[in-house]
Design a protein. Structure first.
Length: 118
């Protein structure tokens, strides 16, 4: 289990880059919790599996949420962090940004960039 994680990402919605150096203060506790078995339903059957996925959610505004899970239906939040804005070079992401804007424009115009609720 890593105790320290560095994440950098580019938010297409905001055209902004972020950086977070995350210290998992309770890494040993998280690792033990990940060994716990939880039911998960797949293909019409229920399976008992450990919570062996450590997932980092990167949200607009620089929020990073960390979960453990074996499926989204039983995710357990184990940490919430704030990233720092870093120098951005949107031109490096021009093509994929154009595709993102095409796919997301209507939603963002109607609802705005979803910064809260993560």
């Amino acid at each position: 289990m890593p105790g320290l994680v560095l994440i950098k990402w580019f938010s297409f919605a905001e055209q902004q880059s972020y950086r977070a150096l995350i210290q998992l203060e309770n890494a040993r506790e998280i690792e033990e919790k990940m060994k716990e078995i939880a039911p998960i339903e797949r293909y019409g059957k229920t399976f008992d599996m450990p919570l062996n996925d450590l997932t980092f959610g990167l949200a607009p505004g620089g929020t990073v949420v960390v979960w453990i899970m074996n499926g989204a239906e039983n995710a357990i939040e184990v940490g919430r962090y704030e990233a720092s804005e870093i120098e951005t070079h949107p031109e490096h992401y021009r093509e994929i940004t154009e595709r993102y804007n095409r796919d997301s424009r209507d939603y963002i115009e109607k609802h705005g960039i979803p910064i809260d609720g993560w």
